[in-house]
Design a protein around this ligand. Structure first.
Ligand code: NAP
Length: 332
């Protein structure tokens, strides 16, 4: 028998955990299906688990480490009764209410959970360059997370690919460990904010390789270098590095909802302007999975709060079972 829940939250970044705090405080006993440890982190919790210093989350004068911030979000949600399942949702069926969600075998005849309302906060993930060698060398000199792996690159020459804020952040962080950090960017100007550009330009350990793309990675067991090409002259050369960090953006984690929830071509979920409702009444989306504009922890948290309030109001209007009668079968 599936376990029936009022609210299931899929994902445990700042959006999902803020939605958990709010729905828990509204007595909706949320279940957070928080995802699984990834290859780069031993805990779920979204992209902030892969971040070092967060300086722009309001309330922390001296900044806070990403994982510590997420740990606090989670503990706060748990304090109000949110429950956590450290697994991934493998399938959803939103064609009827209550909604069906599977964890584990997606072909199992019965869903694992039913939910009166669902909040989708599955976030986004790192985009890779698209080289065959990337899968072989990821974790062996190739990384998408300076926070996780920077320590292993002491006194080494390393490259960061990308020209946005993420690339500058990674490059600056890596100068704490590496002898030299070469930023490889495909154009001759950065996309990063002025303040991040200035910090990177001022740092003598950072060099820039402009108009350049990485065409191949060298090394079988470990990264031993890269072949790069100047996109203007076509000239090929070898880059002598033993570490490389890819920081070229992110893709929303929405495969699970393809053909079910409306999404843009890029995969970002479409929500009502100024709100969090998706095309399916009772399913709400918040955080990076539906935001390609701001993509900040604070905006994700803000939209998580909105999704919780939207879900709570929707449940009230749709006569969902009052939280104090959780044993009563749901009727619509
Ligand atoms: P982004 O702003 O989209 O930048 C991606 C960079 O990677 C761009 O420079 C892009 O080049 C390059 N790129 C994309 N695909 C590539 C490919 N296949 N090969 C080589 N290069 C490629 O992504 P982001 O830096 O991850 O930042 C995302 C958002 O988060 C931004 O809004 C950013 O401001 C924000 N953010 C803020 C902070 C902070 O404030 N501390 C930190 C991180 C992120 P082009 O420039 O040529 O397109």
């Amino acid at each position: 028998m599936p376990e029936s829940r009022h609210v299931v939250i899929i994902g445990s970044g700042p959006a999902g955990l803020t939605a958990a705090i709010y729905t828990a405080r509204a007595n909706l006993s949320p279940l957070v299906i928080e995802g699984e440890p990834s290859s780069t982190t031993d805990q779920p919790g979204g992209q902030l688990m892969l971040t070092t210093e967060v300086e722009n989350f309001p309330g922390f004068i001296d900044g806070i480490q990403g994982p510590e911030l997420m740990g606090s979000f989670r503990a706060q949600a748990a304090r109000f009764g949110a429950e956590f399942l450290t697994e991934k949702v493998s399938r959803v069926d939103f064609s009827h209410r209550p909604f069906d969600l599977w964890v584990g075998d997606p072909h199992a005849p019965e869903p694992t959970y039913t939910a009166d309302a669902v909040i989708v906060s599955t976030g986004a993930r790192s985009i890779m360059i698209g080289l065959e060698a990337e899968s072989r060398l990821l974790g062996y000199g190739l990384s998408t997370c300076a926070t996780c792996d920077g320590f292993f690159f002491r006194n080494r020459q390393i490259a960061v690919v990308g020209g946005g804020d993420s690339a500058m952040e990674e490059a600056l962080f890596l100068t704490k460990f590496a002898d030299k950090v070469t930023v490889v960017h495909r154009r001759d100007e950065l996309r990063a904010s002025k303040i991040m550009q200035e910090r990177a330009f001022k740092n003598d350990k950072i060099e820039f390789l402009w108009d350049t793309e990485v065409v191949d990675l060298i090394g079988e067991q470990r990264l031993e270098g890269a072949h790069v090409r100047n996109v203007k002259t076509g000239e090929l050369s070898a880059l002598d590095v033993t570490g490389m960090f890819v920081a070229i953006g992110h893709r929303p984690n929405t495969d699970l909802f393809r053909g079910i929830l409306d999404m843009e071509e890029s995969g970002y979920l479409i929500t009502t302007p100024g709100g969090t409702a998706t095309n399916i009444p009772g399913v709400f989306a918040c955080g990076d999975v539906q935001d390609h504009t701001y993509r900040q922890a604070i905006t994700a948290a803000g939209s998580g709060c909105m999704a919780a309030i939207d879900a709570e109001r929707w449940l009230e209007v749709n006569h969902a079972v009052p939280p104090e009668f959780t044993d009563t079968p749901t009727s619509w």
